[in-house]
Design a protein around this ligand. Sequence first.
Ligand SMILES: [Zn+2]
Length: 390
Amino acid sequence: MGEFITNVRVVFPEQHIISTSIRFADGCVEAIGTEAPEQGDTVTQGDGRLLTPGLVDVHVHGIMQYNFDNGPDDLLAASKCFPKFGATTVLPTVVPQRGKEMLPKLADLAESLDRVEGAKMPSLHLEGPFTALPGAGCDVMPGDLGLLEELLSACRERVQVMSLSPDTPNILPVIERLCELEIAPFVTHTQSSLAQAQTAIAAGARHATHFYDVFPIPPDEDPGVRPPGAVEAFLVDPNATVDFIADGCHVDPVVIQLAVRAKTCRGVAVISDANIGAGMPPGVYPTPWGFPVHVEPGNGARIADLNHPLYGGLAGSALTMNMAMANVLKWIDAPPEMIWSMGTINPARAAGLTATGKLEVGQDADAVLWNDDLTPCMTWVRGKNVLNNT
Ligand SMILES: [Zn+2]
């Protein structure tokens, strides 16, 4: 018994879009282009709609009213929300806070990963703690191999990505250790010099996350001479990749266009970096941070407390992956199969996730059947239908 989906335009990222049929069985893509279902199959008429691999969000802190920092209950509830927005693989992203209480907290989250029932959550993304610039809850801390091992063992080896800064002291041994363990080091929260960034890339930190956000220009060495830094190092290196919060306010669309010019679509991914409020209707929502946020699609989440000194300032992203895809499909001048790679195969590759991000025989059957307005009509995770809006 499987799922047979017929009359769909299947997006094969980086390759082409073909009108065909597809069959899922035992959690995987079992066949593409067969004419008839097998006995006992559930048959879905695609009516010519687009079917893509499920979207892969490698940097996300929460969604709707849920935040991963709140623990396993929020993580499990959030997992069920993501398929409504087309994301089928998510790396729950948490910012490890200084102090020993972070270790049991991470252990609880890691332990809950196997109990998710919606989007897959294979492992965690630790945003820090070895970062050079504060902001968005991040600490400033030099690289520390002892602490790294403590963090990883608290997470029971369920870490896929660790974000770090090339300009925090002692970071190279951390990058090398992560590469040894096949954990992807992402670069972020950095004002590094060109040389620092290039050294980090050469050591294996080849992907930059929420590129341009908390990536200030390094200080002038000669007055009036704009110094290159991490931004230029990542843009120029054909082996380096970047991701953007593609909501239109965390980064201007022109910057994403520039990155695609420099690297082609292959070198660029989208993330949501979402948090509480993402996927909710416009409005004001409470948060655990001491102030409510005003959420409006395309405008991020902004501090809604009139007495807050930063009233109206950005307090995180309220983006969902389907909106990120709708935006880049609008902003980027490239064939759609290339643009779809930015939300599927590219983030999967950057994070070292091999089972997802493309629709090929033997891959996980993670897929989305889209309405014309880029809301999901149906979503499958490992061949199981987890959303049906037909
Ligand atoms: Zn983040």
